[in-house]
Ligand binder design. Structure first.
Ligand SMILES: Cc1cc2nc3c(=O)[nH]c(=O)nc-3n(C[C@H](O)[C@H](O)[C@H](O)COP(=O)(O)OP(=O)(O)OC[C@H]3O[C@@H](n4cnc5c(N)ncnc54)[C@H](O)[C@@H]3O)c2cc1C
Ligand code: FES
Length: 290
C-alpha cells in the first residue's frame, strides 16, 4: 500500500482520561488507504529539537469521507507529552499508513472477542468501527469487547462504545469501575464459565498482557491477531530496531526475527517466540497469573 509523507493539521484535541488524549488530524492523502491496525509515524517536535525521532501511533478512528484520522495517546515520556500539548491548528510531519493491519472476519456468523488493555483500546476501536458498519452491521452483539484499565480514571468515555451496540465488559484492576480484576480475568470468566469460545480474537495491550493472552489462546481453537509494540526509530524497515524473536518453521532451534513495523504490528501470536521476549520485558508481569 502506498506510504505518504504529509503535513497533517491537528483539528481537535481532547483529554479523554487520566494521561490519555485524543487528537484529530486532517490528512487527506494518508487516510484514503489507511486500514485498522496500521499506524503513522508522527514527528512531534519542530525541526532540530528534541525528540528528534518520530513516534508511532495506531489509527484510533478513521473518517475517510472527511480525510481525518484520530489517535489516542497515553503520555509516557517526552514525545507523547509534547504531542499531548500541541494545540489545534498545529501542523506536523506524518508518514503513513504503515505496517500490516487486522484481517477481517468472513461474515456476521463469526463471534468476535476484542481484548483491550489500557491504551490498547486505540487500534481496536478503528476495527470495531469497521465491523459494526460492515460485516456485523446487523449483529453488533456478536462483538464482545473486553476493555480493562488499572482504575476508573484511566478509562476513556464508554458512551461512544456502547452506542456501537457491542457487548461490552469493562474491568478495572482495583474494582473502581466494572468487574474487579484484570481484563484477562474478565475474559476467562466469560469463556471458561460455560459460554462457547469466540471464533476470532483481536487484542492489544501491554506486553505482559499479550504474553499471558497468547499462552491462554494457544491451546484453544481460535483465530487470534494481536497488535504488538516495539521501540521504533524509523517505522519503515530501515533501522531494524523493532525486531522481535519469531518462530522459524523450518528449524525451531534457529534464530529468526520479525520486524514490527513491516511484518506487523498485527501478528498471529503463534509466530512470536514469547519465551524469548519474556526475559527482556521491562515492565512487571502484572498478568502473569494467567
Ligand atoms: C506500532 C505502534 C503503535 C503504537 N500506537 C500507540 C497508540 O495508539 N497510542 C499510544 O499512546 N501509544 C502508541 N504506541 C506507543 C508510543 O509510540 C510510545 O509510547 C511513544 O513512542 C513514546 O514516546 P515518548 O517520547 O513519549 O517516550 P520516550 O521518552 O521515548 O520513552 C518513555 C518510556 O516509554 C517507553 N516506550 C517508548 N516507546 C515505546 C514503545 N513503542 N512501546 C512501548 N514502550 C515504549 C520507553 O521504554 C520509556 O520507558 C505505539 C507504538 C507502536 C510501535
Ligand atoms: S522501526 Fe526501523 S526497522 Fe522497524
Amino acid at each position: 500500500m502506498p506510504r505518504v509523507q504529509e503535513k497533517a493539521k491537528i483539528l481537535e484535541t481532547h483529554r479523554e482520561a487520566e494521561g490519555i488524549h485524543r487528537l484529530v488530524f486532517y490528512a487527506p492523502r494518508i487516510v484514503p488507504t489507511a486500514r485498522p491496525g496500521q499506524f503513522v509515524m508522527i514527528r512531534v517536535a519542530s525541526e532540530g529539537s528534541d525528540p528528534l525521532l518520530a513516534r508511532p501511533f495506531s489509527f484510533h478512528r478513521l473518517h475517510k469521507e472527511d480525510g481525518l484520522f484520530e489517535i489516542l495517546l497515553r503520555v509516557v515520556g517526552t514525545g507523547t507529552r509534547i504531542l499531548s500539548q500541541r494545540p489545534a491548528g498545529s501542523v506536523l510531519d506524518v508518514v503513513g499508513p504503515l505496517g500490516r493491519g487486522f484481517s477481517l472476519p468472513s461474515g456476521p456468523h463469526e463471534t468476535v472477542a476484542f481484548v483491550a488493555g489500557g491504551i490498547g483500546i486505540a487500534p481496536l476501536w478503528a476495527l470495531l468501527d469497521e465491523l459494526t458498519s460492515k460485516t456485523h452491521r446487523n449483529r453488533p452483539e456478536q462483538l464482545h469487547v473486553f476493555y480493562g484499565a488499572r482504575t476508573r480514571a484511566e478509562l476513556v468515555p464508554l458512551t461512544p462504545l456502547k452506542r456501537l451496540g457491542v457487548h461490552l465488559v469493562v474491568s478495572t484492576d482495583d474494582g473502581s469501575s466494572g468487574e474487579a480484576g484484570t481484563v484477562l480475568e474478565a475474559l476467562r470468566r466469560r469463556y471458561e464459565g460455560g459460554s462457547g469460545l469466540p471464533d476470532r480474537l483481536y487484542a492489544c495491550g501491554s506486553l505482559p498482557m499479550q504474553v499471558s493472552l497468547a499462552r491462554w489462546a494457544s491451546g484453544r481453537n481460535l483465530s487470534v491477531e494481536m497488535s504488538l509494540e516495539s521501540m521504533m526509530a524509523c517505522g519503515i524497515g530501515a533501522c531494524l530496531g523493532c525486531a522481535l524473536p519469531a518462530v522459524n518453521p523450518d528449524d525451531p532451534q534457529a534464530e529468526r526475527y520479525v520486524h514490527v513495523c513491516q511484518d506487523g504490528p498485527v501478528f498471529d501470536p503463534r509466530r512470536i517466540r514469547w519465551d524469548k521476549i519474556q526475559p527482556i520485558m521491562a515492565r512487571p508481569l502484572t498478568f502473569a497469573s494467567l
